[in-house]
Design a binder for this molecule. Structure first.
Ligand SMILES: [Zn+2]
Ligand SMILES: [Zn+2]
Length: 308
């Protein structure tokens, strides 16, 4: 009731804990980063974390669109350096209109436990979003281009997803592996924000039943407990809606469990261009408000106290 009264007095301001991918720094996004920041200002956002993807650890782990464009890892690393500098510049330039945070979204392919801390040390982001887009799988029965590395991208296409599931002996095992890697990543990286918690359901129509499977549900609650213990924020990721899903990542039963545990959940639009900004934001706020979450959005824990 208290929340309801306060919300009536003051309109809830949109924020995004995960977003701002731009065509300037990401091959599968659009627009310049400055156009993106301006759109966030125009859309009334109070603060936004810009969380561009990191560059890959090797050429083999480039996104197919980067490989097709012939951009190699050294160029991607250079572009990423430029991203951090540009984001810091925009942070200053627009500080009177919006709080921009300079962050990035991490990966879990082989070698990440050394690679990510090195990136954090080098680039000193305000915070990181810890996401899983790759799973290590048995290399024998999967897509040949990945055989050497055993890291299969799970959200790029249904074909990759199915390959990963086959290599692991089924979709149930795929979920288990996903949540096990997520647990390991949270321990290893301690990201301020955990990205799209249940992304593993992306190509699985049967996910509402699947997550109830005790071997999967037990892993979900185990990970939620770790998130709570470390006081991390969960990204309420609206991109799922844009891709045709019925609900954002995190799905309702998991969201209810997070609420029970007292975990902070904050909207992330995961925007990949100006056209995504503000879309579904009211729907997202409504779901979180109805579920009883605090709409005085918690800000991500900053990795460094002050910036130079
Ligand atoms: Zn992306
Ligand atoms: Zn992501």
């Amino acid at each position: 009731m208290k929340n309801y009264q306060r919300d009536n007095l003051k309109k809830i301001k949109p924020v995004s804990v995960h977003g701002g991918h731009s065509g300037q720094f990401c091959n599968h996004a659009q627009n310049t980063l400055e156009e993106i920041v301006i759109k966030y200002i125009e859309s009334g956002f109070e603060w936004v974390g810009i969380t561009e993807h990191i560059y890959p650890i090797s050429n083999e782990l480039r996104y197919p669109d980067e490989a097709a464009a012939g951009i190699d890892v050294s160029l991607l690393a250079k572009r990423f350096t430029d991203y951090i500098q540009t984001c810091r510049m925009l942070q200053e330039k627009y500080q009177d209109s919006i709080t921009v945070l300079t962050a990035f979204e991490t990966e879990t392919y082989s070698g990440y436990k050394k690679f990510i801390p090195a990136l954090i040390q080098q680039f000193r982001p305000d915070y990181v979003v810890g996401s899983i887009h790759h799973l290590p799988v048995n290399s024998k029965s999967i897509h040949s281009e990945y055989n050497k590395y055993e890291d299969v991208c799970i959200d790029y296409s249904k074909e990759y997803y199915d390959n990963a599931a086959d290599a692991l002996g089924g979709v149930e095992n795929l979920y288990c592996r996903y949540f096990d890697i997520q647990h390991e990543m949270i321990e290893a990286i301690e990201p301020s924000v955990v990205g799209h918690f249940d992304l593993i359901r992306i190509f699985d129509q049967d996910y509402p039943e699947r997550i109830k499977n005790p071997v999967i549900w037990q892993r979900i609650t185990r990970n939620l407990e770790l998130i709570k213990k470390k006081n991390l924020i969960m990204d309420f990721n609206l991109r799922a809606l844009m891709k045709g899903a019925k609900e954002p990542y995190i799905s309702a039963p998991i969201l209810a469990e997070a609420k029970k545990m007292g975990i902070s959940v904050v909207i992330g639009d995961d925007s990949h261009g100006v056209k995504d900004i503000g879309v579904n934001i009211e729907k997202g706020i409504d779901i979180l408000r109805s579920a009883g979450f605090d709409t005085n959005w918690q800000r991500p824990k900053m990795l460094y106290c002050s910036r130079s």
